[in-house]
Design a protein around this ligand. Structure first.
Ligand code: HEM
Length: 203
């Protein structure tokens, strides 16, 4: 059943509640995040290269999201999660969630990975599951995206970004560092989102 969409936030992106009181607190602590970052070897150096990557990706975020959405649209078993409950395409849903996806690219590269960021990763995880999908945009669609597809799709989000990073004349070494940092950041994000899918003790 369609619900009432969440009103736009002051920055104009409907449903983008980053940093607001509406965002539930992540059950993951900053200390646990620190251990996770160590496990992914995502430290200050990687953060620095991610900022450099962001100098490129902030401008390319729209194109990247188009590319990723194109992959989803081309595969009926993935497109089903953006369709209406009748299986018909629902362009309004895609249009409503798109600016948040674009903003995500920018946030990955530019936001400090602090409590507000951690809380919003919990929120994004929930928005892919029974606990939160469809509610932000008030749409009637499949209620849950299987974790396996979110994890597998990270492969697309990582690898399709490399050509964009390669376009700006950086050395091969700089490209590798930016790309490694982007890949690690993506893995860190989907790892945090996976928490919404499993019992915390198992996560
Ligand atoms: C690494 C993989 C993925 C990334 C980086 C990603 C990223 C995102 C982001 C940033 C949002 C918006 C979050 C917000 O509300 O602020 C979102 C929402 C959404 N994503 Fe994903 N996603 C991934 C995998 C998938 C897959 C595999 C599907 C479908 C097959 C999918 C379908 C959706 C849908 C339908 C929404 C809207 C959810 C809602 O109702 O709020 N995503 N995704």
């Amino acid at each position: 059943m369609a619900q009432t969409p969440t009103p736009p936030t002051p920055d104009g992106i409907a449903g983008y509640s980053y940093g607001s009181a509406a965002v539930r607190r992540s059950p993951v602590s900053l200390a646990e995040l620190g251990l996770l970052r160590q496990a992914a070897q995502f430290g200050a150096e990687e953060e620095r290269w991610l900022r450099r990557a962001g100098e490129i990706l902030v401008d390319e975020a729209d194109a990247l999201v188009d590319e990723w959405r194109g992959v989803i649209a081309a595969h009926p078993h993935l497109a089903a999660y953006s369709a209406g409950t009748d299986g018909q395409p629902n362009p309004a849903y895609g249009a409503a969630s798109r600016p948040r996806f674009v903003q995500w690219v920018r946030d990955v590269c530019r936001r400090p990975y602090d409590q507000a960021w951690l809380d919003y990763q919990h929120e994004i995880g929930l928005r892919h599951t029974h606990a939160g999908k469809n509610r932000t945009d008030g749409v009637a669609s499949a209620p849950h995206i299987p974790l396996r597809y979110v994890l597998a799709f990270a492969a697309v989000v990582m690898t399709t970004t490399r050509p964009y990073l390669a376009r700006r004349g950086h050395s091969a070494g700089e490209l590798e560092q930016m790309y490694d940092a982007w890949c690690k950041a993506v893995i860190l994000h989907v790892t945090l989102w996976s928490e919404a899918y499993v019992a915390l003790a198992d996560w």
